[in-house]
Design a protein around this ligand. Structure first.
Ligand code: ACO
Length: 435
């Protein structure tokens, strides 16, 4: 793969030593300098804190053009998938690199359906956690613990078939895990899935059961939830996917690798922003709805407050996912008969920030998390479960990248270097001689 893509090279002069660096060109014309031999040839490493300018791999799964606001899974624009696909079909696309035939789609749905529950012992695990435990902590713990229920996980080198089976099992188990987390929180028993229902219908069923809430959930809401799962399904080398790959590169099993991704996603600067946005909007509402005042606080570096759901490492224009979500938000709320004043505050906040020089200069736009919470809330999903929903959507993307990492050449353990800036050699001083 690498040889095929290398068409040119460039040279750098490092203190008189000229080093040739191959130029790698991607299928969309992106260019990268291959520095993998740089240290061997010159003694230099590259330094790029937070990896803002570092490509960690070549990948065929997801393409983003942050300047133009483009996102595609295996070449297919996210807008088309959001409108025409289902989450299970998109899962097939991410895992196998093509859209499925009808038969392949049916087979995948059946395989996933067979796994739509979790071992009883895992359910018992929940009762040992405090009610205060955040759902993302539970999710990460339970996913990691599931490795103990999959014998194939103990083998060091899994076959492709085994990896596929484990992947499908985990995708099937995820709604059950999420529902069990929610039901533990509200002190209710676990509800078994309906084998005839779709993945997303079962998620709602297992969370809410036959309560009034379930009756209120319209087909449009289920459709919107499925669409949110599609929009979250992949996003190339983000913080959590990189965590999954880095952890997996040490040949940790899939469950533990995904648990690491869940932990990374939880943070408020990543997937946890969807929860934070709702907290922020509520705060603005409770303090009288002064949007401008909040924007001023977010601009003030001393406040340590950021506008949640705004800004992105890659997008320097509108996040295409945010555009799709915003466009369906009104429709879903209307169909569900929900009037959420937070939506009006979100719209005003967006307009205020977009016209503000601070946000214009830094190219800060709404990201996927800005409007997603409004839809989750309308469906009745509690705020602290939002990031769990995000994780469910991201799962096929994490798995696809984990598999790609394991099969890529060279497949080595992930291990960045550093520039050491600590003390030079210093002799040990016994404690009684220290000043
Ligand atoms: N509010 C106010 N200022 C911001 C924001 C924001 N939301 N985002 C970035 N900035 C400012 C920074 O303070 C910095 O200002 P400076 O140049 O004066 O120092 C400048 O914009 C550039 O920010 P960086 O931190 O360099 O941007 P980075 O690419 O590292 O961070 C991130 C991206 C983490 C998403 C950031 O924009 C952020 O914290 N946003 C809010 C949290 C959020 O919505 N996260 C979800 C992202 S989408 C996702 O992960 C699914």
């Amino acid at each position: 793969m690498l040889e095929e893509l290398v068409g040119e090279s460039t040279s750098v002069n490092l203190n008189g030593k000229v080093v040739e660096l191959p130029v790698v060109t991607g299928s969309e014309g992106e260019k990268g300098l291959d520095v993998s031999q740089l240290r061997k040839e010159s003694g230099y490493i590259t330094l790029d804190p937070a990896y803002g300018n570092t490509g960690a791999c070549e990948s065929s799964i997801c393409f983003i053009d942050g300047e133009k606001g483009i996102l595609r899974y295996w070449g297919i624009p996210i807008e088309q998938l959001a409108e025409k696909s289902s989450f299970i079909e998109t899962t097939y696309l991410l895992l196998y690199g093509k859209l499925p035939s009808q038969q392949e789609l049916t087979q995948l749905s059946q395989r996933i359906s067979k796994n739509l529950t979790i071992p009883d012992l895992v359910k018992k695990l929940y009762s040992n956690f405090s009610d205060e435990t955040h759902p993302m902590a539970l999710l990460s713990a339970v996913v990691s613990a599931l490795s103990g229920y999959d014998k194939k996980q103990s083998s060091l080198e899994q076959s492709e078939v085994d990896i596929d089976e484990t992947s499908i099992r985990l995708i099937g188990q995820f709604p059950a895990i999420a529902a069990a987390i929610y039901r533990k929180k509200i002190g209710k028993e676990f509800i078994e899935p309906d084998p005839k229902a779709t993945y997303t219908e079962n998620l709602v069923r297992m969370m809410f059961g036959e309560t009034d809430l379930e009756k209120q959930i319209t087909p449009e809401a289920i459709e919107a939830l499925d669409m949110l799962l599609i929009l979250h399904a992949d996003h190339e080398q983000n913080c959590s996917t990189s965590a999954v790959q880095l952890v997996g590169s040490s040949r940790t099993n899939l469950y533990a690798s995904i648990a690491a991704g869940i932990a990374a996603l939880w943070g408020p600067w990543h997937g946890g922003a969807n929860q934070d946005v709702m907290v922020m909007l509520q705060k603005i509402k409770d303090s009288g709805g002064d949007v401008q005042k909040y924007v001023e606080i977010a601009k003030d570096k001393n406040s340590k407050v950021r506008l949640s759901g705004f800004g992105h490492r890659v997008y320097k224009t509108f996040d295409p996912r945010a555009k799709v979500i915003k466009s369906v938000c009104d429709k879903v709320l209307e169909k569900m008969g929900v009037n959420n004043p937070l939506l009006e505050i979100a719209k005003e906040l967006e307009q205020t920030a977009l016209q503000d020089e601070y946000f214009i200069q830094r190219k800060l736009y709404p990201n996927v998390d800005f409007y997603s919470g409004i839809i989750y809330k309308a469906i009745g999903i509690p705020t602290d479960m939002f990031t769990v929903m995000f994780a469910m959507g991201r799962l096929p993307g994490w798995i696809a990248h984990w598999k790609e990492m394991l099969t890529s050449k060279p497949s080595r353990i992930g291990r960045p270097r550093q520039i050491y800036v600590g003390p030079t050699k210093t002799d040990y001083t016994p404690v009684d001689q220290r000043s």
